[in-house]
Design a protein around this ligand. Sequence first.
Ligand SMILES: [Co+2]
Length: 463
Amino acid sequence: MGSRTPNHSYQDRKDDGIQQSIANSGGEPSGSHLSRDGDGCLGDGAAADDSDDDAEAGVAPLDASNSPKTATEAQKKKKKKKKSKKKKTPLQQSWPPRVPLDDIYPSGDFAEGEIQHYTKIATSTAEQRYLARIHEQADENFLKNYRKAAEVHRQARKWAQEFAKPGQTLINIAEGIEDTVRALLANSGLETGDCLKSGMGFPTGLCLNNETAHYTPNPGHKDVVLKYEDVMKVDFGVHINGWIVDSAFTMHFDPTYDNLIAAAKDATNTGIKETGIDVRICDISAAIQEAMESYEVEIKGKTFPVKSVKNITAHNIAQWHIHAGKSIPFIKNKDQTKLEEGEVIAIETFGTTGRGWLADDDGIYGYSLIQDAPLSVNLPLHSAKKLHKTIRENFSTIPFCRRYLERLGVERYLAGMNSLVSNGIVEAYKPLVDSDGSYTAQFEHTLLLREQHKEVLSRGDDY
Ligand SMILES: [Co+2]
């Protein structure tokens, strides 16, 4: 999910139709085979550890189906089989993915993201480094949960990449992603407070062509059907305990747009490479712009330079806050603010064939509770008071859309919502569009700036 600038400035899946083997026979998470292109390297031994753990958790003997040669052997086999029966055979992911990840990886050791070493040596003081480590120490499951959320993201987007074909509707794509995320987290989010434990990190964004960010299908609206010529940004978040994996990609079917997609992918990977502890925002921005604007796209015989979009930015993430205050533009600037150890950073970039300036479009993307909104407000409408309570109990400051509200059974909320917005309790987000007829592309990853290296949590073998 992009942060709007303030106004002052394909897989080798065996398609058997039912089962899809995301884990290999050792139960190793798919995310452990990462980054075959970048200069990053894999961490040492984490993937191997996973396999070991899963083997201990009980892998059915490989030769279980072979017929034993002798009676004694048969007896031995029988005994063996009985013994292993008590152990659980690791589950394979279904298609569509519906098996909770905790059932597939009972050890809880999810693959680490792509490890990239810093290009510059950090000069953080000991005190800064101590503070940075606090949130990891305060919650021993911080990293485990973050890697799990990333694996949920990878599996959900893999489904989307197969399912989203021309002729499909945006609502089916959005709901399919959301159903997958909730199933893999083993949390339907339907009981009061469940959405606070884990779930969608923000409304699933599905933006076509010049629609650039913050569009999601709303209930009761006409279905939008995906077309061959469409360029679709898919931006969704997965959170566990308020820590959000924010990651996005762009899908297209017409090779006309190959270069536009390549530009945004390159710009995002360049931004990731540049990111580090004590690195200044202006340096990341400059590198992003240079990569993005080295591309051009030919559409129907006319050549368009790819431009960086100016008024939306990458951002840091804090617990319960998709945007935690730092903004990283995709254009040159003089912001000397530095990134710090321990920070979670969403590096995203948007490239466009249009003006490079986003305007509000009609409609609503979603809402979020404003961080310091007063707990008790004198609201004229009873429905507004009730809605305020529902939002606090189910979303806190996590952005949500009308569909997320309606699946909780909330009805006739529009007047109440308008009241919350006008009273400064809730912020409403509108879809953001570039000029008519233009095309935009986006890629995004969530990174953790760890002490020795950055971990690109959401990296997969797709992007
Ligand atoms: Co984002």
